[in-house]
Design a protein. Structure first.
Length: 379
């Protein structure tokens, strides 16, 4: 406590008299007492002030005890020692993120992850990672969101923020709702492109956002063709195509059949890379066709207003266009977000050599709410 006239410290109020035992991790209350000389101008100080926290002080004097003396019709007051109480509130704005999972009733992963297996992220207005962490259960969540379910929270300074999370294979994430503890609710029904605006507030406020992940699969088909016009003797069945997930783990493989079919199946959405093993002496050409079933059509006839008991049939006719073929060099630089790894690269000998070996990965695809077909041809 400082004398407001000269800034001299007149009392040290750091001794805690009664700590609040109901400590929730994000809320606590302490009771301290100080004796100060009589005076009219005092100021309170706090050292140190935590980062991102704003103080608010409210002081008032307790009702003074009064003694009424009835004598000859006159009355006067006898005041007790005056006492002043001050409430110092420290508040920080917070982002509080909860996690929910939407799993299919039939099918899906044998061992689905829990909320604590996801890493949630908060980005500042410049797009820089501000805070990240996995949801965890604790008394803080019960205090902040009124639930014992896991949550992740971070103190925020004034500014704009956006949300994200690290990719988990098979799970499509979105921000389904954001509600502030003060003021009108803000509800988001979009992907991770919404922002939270934090305004200064002396009491602190927290923005509670639910991140929901839906388990989703798509279809991948791998096929093989071969051309032997320069003396090659290998057959389609001499090759095996492989499918690797985003962590570089092989999730499936198939020996190519005579009709060129090597592998087909449904897989969790996410990044995948295709590999191949088979005879050397061939160059590779990889083509890819992606069909996105939920792509919005701009044609007027694609707009449907479905009424009760109506049956609507929509036909979408596709007219073929020239296909684009991309030839990959023997060494391919993968995008920064993909973990590159060596699947057993080998130097290709002259055309026609039938030495068996495994070549490095040759194609990368990202399976997202749709199907991807990869066609590999050797010359």
């Amino acid at each position: 406590m400082y004398d407001s006239s000269d800034g001299v410290v007149v009392a040290d109020c750091s001794d805690v008299v009664t700590p609040d035992l109901d400590n929730h991790g994000v809320y606590a209350q302490l009771h301290v007492e100080c004796d100060v000389p009589e005076g009219t101008g005092y100021q309170l100080g706090l050292d140190p002030l935590p980062e991102f926290y704003e103080p608010y002080v409210s002081c008032y004097q307790l009702q003074e005890a009064r003694e009424l003396i009835e004598d000859d019709g006159n009355a006067f007051d006898v005041a007790s020692l005056g006492e002043t109480q001050c409430w110092i509130s420290l508040g920080a704005n917070m982002a509080v993120l909860t996690k929910s999972l939407n799993l299919p009733e039939v099918g899906g992963p044998e061992t689905p992850p829990g909320p604590e297996d996801f890493v949630l992220e908060v980005y500042d207005g410049a797009g820089e990672l501000f805070a990240s962490g996995s949801p965890a259960a604790g008394p803080e969540c019960e205090w902040l969101v009124g639930s014992t379910e896991p949550c992740f929270y971070a103190d925020l300074e004034t500014g704009d923020y956006s949300l994200g999370e690290e990719v988990e294979q098979g799970y499509f994430g979105s921000v389904v709702a954001c509600e502030t503890s003060y003021g009108p609710d803000e509800r988001f029904i979009d992907f991770f492109n919404e922002t939270i605006t934090v305004d200064p507030d002396p009491f602190g406020r927290w923005e509670v956002c639910e991140i929901r992940n839906t388990y989703t699969e798509g279809s991948i088909t791998l096929t093989k063709t071969i051309t032997n016009d320069d003396g090659g003797t290998a057959a389609v069945g001499d090759f095996t195509l492989e499918l690797y997930d985003g962590d570089g783990v092989m999730v499936d493989s198939g020996v190519c059949a005579g009709d060129g079919t090597c592998l087909t199946g449904d897989y969790p959405i996410g990044p995948y890379t295709v590999g191949e093993s088979g005879p050397d002496g061939y160059t590779r050409t990889v083509t890819q066709q992606v069909i996105v079933p939920n792509e919005q059509l701009t044609d007027t006839e694609a707009m449907i207003d479905l009424g009760p008991s109506e049956q609507v049939t929509v036909n979408v006719d596709s007219n073929d266009q020239p296909t684009t073929t991309t030839t990959l060099a023997p060494t391919t630089t993968l995008a920064p977000t993909t973990t590159a790894f060596d699947a057993g690269g080998a130097t290709l000998p002259p055309t026609g050599d039938d030495t068996t070996g495994t070549v490095a990965l040759i194609a990368m695809g990202f399976l997202l709410l749709g199907g991807a077909g990869l066609l590999l041809a050797r010359r």
